[in-house]
Design a protein around this ligand. Sequence first.
Ligand code: ADP
Ligand code: MG
Length: 324
Amino acid sequence: MTEFELIRDYFDQRCTFRDDVLLGIGDDAALLRPRASMAQAVSIDTLVEGVHFNQDSSPYALGWKAAAVNLSDLAAMGAEPAWAVLSLTLPHANPEWLREFSNGLFDMLSRFKVQLVGGDTSRGPLAVTVLVQGFVPDGQALRRGGARPGDWIYLSGPVGMAGLALWCRRHQVDLPQPNGRLLMESLDLPVPRIETGLKLRGLASSAIDISDGLLADLGHICSASKVGAMIDTAKIPRSAEFSACTRPLLEQGLISEETLLSLQLSGGDDYELCFTVPATRCPDLLGDDDYYCIGEIDDGDQIRCCDEQGQLLIPEHTGFDHFS
Ligand code: ADP
Ligand code: MG
């Protein structure tokens, strides 16, 4: 298979639904039509073998996740996604692998009407880089620096599932089905909270997606906003699958409540949104969505957590850092 056959067979003409793409894959550059009165949001992320995934990772999940983690960054800005570019480095061209990988990639992209408009293909150690672009009305982007003391802190959904899934995979713990499968899907096939990001425009004072862990990512909001935060750990939501999977592990003494809490606080890879809303605007959040209020922004300079008894907890690890 030549480089050009590879691009034609697996990446070209797979989704061509956008009329703001004047010219897609095939020329020296793509031609795209920007939108009036809209800021263009741009984000890029790389997944590297041995760092973000292993040799035995499913190629479908890799394609899906490479797109999903980028779209999650657009969700956290309140942007509507539109276009993607893919840079693929492969040790060899395996048709079976390419078919699965591209199916995963396009299943995620087409779910949000995102068109792949170009890329680059080279030979080397397996690595996947995706760049995405989207639109957000001028002045309405959800930035990290807008949180103020008194704002309430919310999560768009339960956290800790992906961290627990990774923990189970590392410790080779088998989980009862179907909850075990749902747990693994939250790690391998995350769904970016695009709709939530769009609804939060003009409402949230700040937002971030949880990729490195709740404490680490909320920490970015706090430093950018020059504020502190108090989290009520009892209010951090757990999904039904999380509880169903952890019950037997707790009973057998394979895991402790402290570990579960630290997976929720620092586990990462959840891709829920963490956002703040001024107290006066919180009633506007009530609707058909489930958001979870987990604490309040204060005028301190750190994140503090308290448990059900009101005891202060000082978390040990805050989250993932490539260079720490
Ligand atoms: P050039 O040598 O001019 O950079 P390439 O040969 O790298 O062009 O790419 C040819 C066309 O195929 C370009 O339009 C490029 O955007 C697209 N392309 C290359 N690799 C990929 C890929 N993995 N996925 C999608 N499009 C790709
Ligand atoms: Mg090129």
